[in-house]
Design a protein around this ligand. Structure first.
Ligand SMILES: [Mg+2]
Length: 354
């Protein structure tokens, strides 16, 4: 194969599109309910017609909306086109951060597309470019949103029938114990994690870990509000389960503050702003002796496939965003039964149009 010339690798055009993707079932967490995931997808093209794809799944909790992403993307894409070289990832990341410091999902979309194009040009999967072992990708959990106890029982049963062995259960309601007991009854042999999305007090968290542990829950994610690091620490010290920080740990610089308060950090591209920031947050967590879960919002395969490339680095994966969709605009990394199959990625991050 003749190596590319610089001009053949250069980004010559870019575009983005907004999609309203219906969910299979309405999805409720302690903060509210959604029926649709509004995502934005980005495409970058080089001179030979090779395409890099990425996606943004903005979360209003982090003050980002589809409108705000749509507004900032032209500026970010213009910057990437002016840099031109998709392999100039350090420079691109710095420029994006300067242009849109508060728009992490928009930056993540561009970051994924740039990495996808660069690895596609090299004709290699991205995780291989990083030297990672694809066989180490952990199985993803499948999320059971808040519903009536009977509804959650049925959702868990359907998830088990579809082959998902690891469930993440959303709690933070007035009858959490009934709900989790219903899920456990429907999935007696599943590995179960619980996410309370900031809904409990430290006292409730400590008390609840006892029955959560009795129901063989593996760990408890974000029981208290994001700013309550002392609350996380108290539940870790006095409660019966390992604790994970999600809303309390947005980027790498948040890791030291939670390091002695939790056992696990949840890293999401849409919180930290891209693949390089996610890698740094993972390594910062490891440096503090913490385990890591790679998570997501409700997202298209156009962004989930990017996160999948980092999974050999982490202990836990919660990358079911696209599994919850009724339809998507791209195919991504194969995830049959929740098993993230990185060998299915031929090149880039493994995104292809449907
Ligand atoms: Mg969470």
């Amino acid at each position: 194969m003749t190596p590319d010339t610089d001009s053949q690798r250069t980004i010559v055009s870019s575009s983005f599109e907004r999609h309203d993707l219906p969910l299979e079932e309405s999805f409720t967490i302690s903060r509210g309910t959604t029926d649709t995931a509004t995502v934005l997808t980005v495409e970058l093209e080089d001179e030979t017609g090779r395409v890099g794809v990425g996606g943004a799944g903005p979360a209003s909790y982090y003050d980002e909306t589809p409108d705000s992403v749509e507004e900032v993307l032209p500026k970010l894409l213009e910057a990437v086109e002016s840099i031109g070289d998709p392999h100039a990832q350090q420079v691109i990341e710095e420029r994006l951060a300067a242009l849109a410091p508060d728009e992490a999902a928009a930056r993540a979309a561009v970051s994924i597309a740039v990495h996808d194009l660069a690895a596609t040009q090299a004709d290699e999967p991205l995780y291989r470019r990083w030297g990672l072992d694809g066989a180490r990708a952990p199985t993803t959990s499948y999320t059971i949103g808040i519903d009536s106890p009977d509804g959650m029982h049925d959702r868990a049963q359907r998830a088990r029938e579809r082959g998902y062995d690891v469930l993440k259960v959303k709690l933070g309601t007035d009858a959490d114990r009934d709900r989790l007991e219903a899920v456990r009854e429907a999935a007696p042999d599943a590995r179960i994690r619980v996410d309370a999305n900031c809904a409990w007090t430290p006292e409730e968290g400590i008390k609840n870990t006892e029955w959560l542990a009795d129901l063989s829950v593996e760990f408890l994610e974000q029981p208290v509000p994001s700013e309550d690091i002392d609350g996380l620490r108290r539940i870790s010290e006095e409660g019966a389960l390992p604790i994970a920080a999600d809303e309390s740990c947005v980027t790498a610089t948040d890791v030291p503050a939670v390091a002695d308060a939790v056992d696990i950090v949840v890293v999401k591209l849409m919180k930290c702003g891209g693949l390089r920031p996610a890698q740094r947050q993972i390594l910062a967590a490891k440096a503090h002796g913490l385990d890591v879960m790679l998570g997501c919002m409700t997202e298209s395969n156009a962004s989930i496939a990017g996160a999948c490339q980092l999974t050999p680095l982490v202990e836990y994966a919660d990358l079911d965003g696209a599994l919850l969709l009724e339809s998507d605009v791209y195919d991504g990394v194969a995830m049959s039964d929740g098993k993230i199959d990185l060998t299915s990625v031929a090149r880039g991050v493994g995104i292809s149009p449907r």
